[in-house]
Ligand binder design. Sequence first.
Ligand SMILES: Cc1cc2nc3c(=O)[nH]c(=O)nc-3n(C[C@H](O)[C@H](O)[C@H](O)COP(=O)(O)OP(=O)(O)OC[C@H]3O[C@@H](n4cnc5c(N)ncnc54)[C@H](O)[C@@H]3O)c2cc1C
Ligand code: SF4
Length: 699
Amino acid sequence: MSRLDADTERLLVAIDAVVPADDFPSASQAGGLRFWSQVTASERPEWSDRAIAVLDLFDRQSGGRFADLDLAARQAVLDSLSNYPEYLWFAQLVNAGFYADPANGGNDDAVSWRMLGWSPAPAGGWPAEEVWVPDRRPIIRRDRVAAHYDAVVVGSGAGGGVAAWALAQAGRSVLLVERGDYPDTAYLARDHLRNARTDSGLDHRTLRSSAENPRTLLLGPDPVVLPAWDPRYGSNADTFGGGTRVYGAQAWRFMPEDFAMASTYGVPDGSALADWPIGYDDMEPFYTQAEYEIGVCGSAEPHAGSTRRSRPYPMAPMAPTKPARRLLAGARVIGLTTTPVPLAINSTPYDGRAACARCRQCVGFACPVEAKNGSDATVLARAAATGNLSVLLGTRAERIVTDATGRVTGVDLVGDIGGSRWRRMVGAYDVVVAAGAIESARLLLASGNEREPYGLGNAHDQVGRHLQGHLYGGAIGIFADAVNDLLGPGPAISTHDFRHGNDGLVGGGMIANEFVPTPVSTFGYLRQAGLIGPHGLAAKQGVRHLLPRMQRVVGPVQEVTSADNRVRLDPTVTDSLGIPVARLSGRLHPNDLAALQLLGERAADWLRASGATTAIAYGFPPGNVAPSSGQHQAGTCRMGTDPATSVTDPNGRVWGHPNLRVIDGSLHVTNGGVNPVLTIFANAFRIMHTWVGSGGGYL
Ligand SMILES: Cc1cc2nc3c(=O)[nH]c(=O)nc-3n(C[C@H](O)[C@H](O)[C@H](O)COP(=O)(O)OP(=O)(O)OC[C@H]3O[C@@H](n4cnc5c(N)ncnc54)[C@H](O)[C@@H]3O)c2cc1C
Ligand code: SF4
C-alpha cells in the first residue's frame, strides 16, 4: 500500500475538484481512487509522494485544509495553481484516468465514454478474443536456434519484414530476430494510456520498458537519461511488425523533388541536405509492388502531390466521412486541391483479411478485425508460409560479428531467461540490419572491431548522423455543429498544395484531417489549444461539447537534415543487458520551424473556410527542443554513392561489407513531406529485387 493509499480522504476531495460531478459522475465516483492506487502500486510508485506533495500544496494554498473549503473556494484554489507544473501534472493524470479505458480504474463502467457518446467497438461489435491470437508458427524457442542461417534479419518492421519475406521466398533460411514480443491483439487494442499516441508518463505496451532500454539526450553539457515514455526518446514500436503493428497506415509516395532536395533547393546553411542516389523513376515500380503486396487503398485521381504511377491502387479509398465532406467544400472555397488519404488498410476484403470496421481507435492500436496491413499481417505471414522463416522474439542483436579479415560472419544475440542472461552467436552468410533508424545506427556503432574501432561502416564518421523525423504542423478547428461523425480511422482528405514551391522555404508538407481521437487524446488536444482548462465543470463540459465539434488538420514537415543531429553510443549508460544505449543530440533547423508555422497557418485557413468558428494553429511546444526522430525516424545510415558522405551504397550495402545491409528508414537521405512508411516498404522491395530478384508478380 502506498502513502497515497493512506491519504484517500484528501485525494478524493482533490480529484473531485479536478473532475466534479454534474449529471455525470465525478472522478472519484468513476473510480479515480482505484486509478491512483493501481498506477502507484508498482508501475510508478514515485507518483505517490509526488501526488501527496500536490495535496500538501492544495492545503497550503487554502490556508488550512483544502477539504474544509466549499466547492467554489476549492475551484478558486485550483485556478490559482493553473500555471504550476506539478499541479498541471496532477490534473492531467486525474483527467487521464477519467477519460481512459475502464481497465485503468478511473472510468468505471465507461461512464465518461457514455457521457461523450464514444465507444471503441468496431461496427458489428468486438470479435471473439480467441480470433485475436496471432499465428505463432514461425516463432522458435531460444534452444531451437540453429548455429547458422543463410541470413539473419534484425528487426521485423517495414524494412525487416520485406527483407525476411524476399529471402524466405528465394529459398534462403532466415532467422528474424526481434527484441519485442508478439502480443495478442487484445493486449494492443485496449489500453488508452499505454499506447504510442498517449503521453501519459507510462510505458507503452509496444515498447521495451524504460528500465530495460533507456536512451540519453545531450543538449547542454550533461546528458539526461530518457525513459521510453518521454516524447524526446524518439519511440516507435518494439513488437513483431515494429511500428507497422500499430501504425496509422497513411501510405504516401514521395514526389520526384523529395529524392532531389539539394538539386531542387540548394543546401541551406546549417544543413546537410542531399539528393538520394536514386530517383522517383527508380522507385515507381516498387511503390506499386508495395501498394499491392502490403495492400493500400487510395485514389489515383490527379492532385498537387500525385506522381506518375504504373497501376492504380489495388483498393478504392475509404468512403468519405462527414468532416471530409465539410473540408472538401472548404477547400473549394479557397482553391485548395485535395485527395483522399491512401491507407495501408483494407477498404474492401483483401489478401484473405476483412475490410476495415471503421472503429474509433486506429492509430496506436492493433486492429481488432485484422484490416490493417502491417508487415506482421502481410509479408511476414507470407514469409512464414514458405517454411524458411524462423522468428526469435524478445531477443536483441547485441553486435554484428566479423572475422579477422573484417568480413561479417553472424550476429551476437542476447536475451533474458528468468533473470539470467542468454547469449549466442549465430552465423550467417548475410546480415540485414532493420532495427529502425535509431537502433540500426546503435547496432552498427556497437559492432566495432580492431579494423573498424568506431563501428561498422563508420570509417568516415557517418553512422548515426542525419537523424530526422517529422515535426507536425497543423491546427484545431471548432465548428458550431457536430461536424465529426467519428468514423474511423479518420484521415480522409488531404492537400498537397504546400509540399513544395513555398516562398522562402525549402520543402513543406502535406496536411490531412486527423485520426479519430480517443477521449483522453481529445482532452489533451483541447488543453494544448487552450480551449479548456485543466479542471472544473467547464473543462468536463467542454470536452463533452467540443468532442463532436472538433476537427484537427495536421501534417508532417519535410525536415532539412543536419549532420549534427545524430545517434551515438552513450559512454556510460547501458541498457538492462549491459549494451551502451543510444545517445541523441542535435537541434531543429530554422527552416523546419518556419515550415511548421506555414502548415499551421494553412491548416487554420482551411478549417475556417470549411466553417470552423475557431481555428487555432499549433505552435511548437516550448522547451521540447531535441532532434526530431520518433515514429517517423530516418536518415542515420544514409544511402549514397560516396563512402565519405554515406553509410551504404544505393542498395543498402554497408560500405566495405558486401554481405551486410541496412534495410529500413535509416537509409532515407531525406524524409519527404509525407509519412514515410510506404517509401520504406518500397525501398526495401527495390533492394530485395536487386539482391534476390523478388518481384512478387507486380514488376
Ligand atoms: C502509432 C504509430 C503510428 C504511425 N503511423 C504511421 C503512418 O500513418 N504512416 C507512416 O508512414 N508511418 C507511420 N508510423 C511509422 C512507421 O511505423 C515507421 O515509419 C516504420 O515502421 C519504420 O520501419 P523500419 O523498418 O524503419 O523500423 P521499425 O518498424 O521501427 O522496426 C524496427 C524493429 O526492430 C526492432 N529492434 C530494434 N533494435 C533491435 C535489436 N537490437 N535487436 C532486435 N530487434 C531490434 C524493434 O523492436 C522494431 O520492431 C507510425 C508509427 C507508430 C508507432
Ligand atoms: S483498420 Fe483501424 S479503423 Fe479500421 S477496424 Fe482496424 S483499427 Fe479500426
